[in-house]
Write a protein that binds this ligand. Sequence first.
Ligand code: ATP
Length: 345
Amino acid sequence: MTNPSTPAIRFDQVSRYFGEVKAVDHVDLEIRDGEFFSMLGPSGSGKTTCLRMIAGFDKPTSGHIHLYGQDVSNLPPYERDVNTVFQDYALFPHMNVGDNIAYGLMIRKVPKSERTKRVNEMLELVKLSGYAGRKPSQLSGGQRQRVALARALINHPKVLLLDEPLGALDLKLRQQMQVELKSIQKRVGITFIFVTHDQEEALTMSDRIAVFNEGKIEQVGTPAEIYERPASTFVAGFVGTSNLIVGELAKRITGSDQTFSVRPEKIHLRAVGDKIDGNMISVDGVVRDVVYLGLYTRYLVQIDEGNDLVVIEQNLKTTSMDVLSVRGQKVRLQWHKDHISRVGG
Ligand code: ATP
């Protein structure tokens, strides 16, 4: 039995260099048992390299990787209790769904009756009961992805690695699969490590997120921590839209010339002259641009002290005519004092 406080994965100063390229650079990280953990970052930031090192497809140049307390840095993939789901599914085209899912059990010579029972359980888990006899070519993209998931879970690995598994699906299916994947993870209780460059996906699904940039982790936290309290200007910019407040404006509002952030949906658009509530921060400016997006409108406001702030307001009562008429007008922006945070603080 493993101690429940032992992390599922621990990175201890892990680096992976490819010649001059520091794909992963002195990363420390702990992923907890049973967690839905996402590695989020732009292309080339080192996420996949981290995943491949956990799987054993690649080895650190230096540092150590522990899996439930055991140093696996030099173990081959088949000696690690880890499975991977790839974006391209990697199903065997000549085998039917049932045999694809049972593959890992066949290799381990599990008797047929046991295999059939477990395949049926997996088909039920991924909502594909009745599809065992189909070939992968007779399935939709979403269904193929479920088969890949069932195949990866049938051996009950301790950790499941998912490398952009929803990347090939269209938006609607992707959103549906996000919800299902999360619910499957809850049911099986296995640690999921999910690689994505899609910040919305990471925010929707994860218990915690690590934000990667140039081979380093900029921040690890819950979706709310990452979103509400970004630890760096990179995180503030990469996760959602953020307004950075610097220079004169920062000084006037906070008394400090450090960098602060406020999210666009926290800012209210008011008429100049609207009274100023003591709990609110208030700045005046001119609306430079308005984009009507149906559900909400995005305003770009140039502040008198020189910053540009993006404001997002829901179109609860307004029409496109109302909102577009604001362009060029002077406005007052207000937001609650709790909604401004020092970047990195
Ligand atoms: P993506 O979202 O595009 O998959 P990523 O964040 O997963 O990106 P990695 O694939 O980990 O990024 O790559 C990190 C860096 O390491 C990149 O600059 C990449 O070009 C480089 N790299 C990765 N694998 C190799 C390799 N086998 N040989 C040389 N350079 C590599």
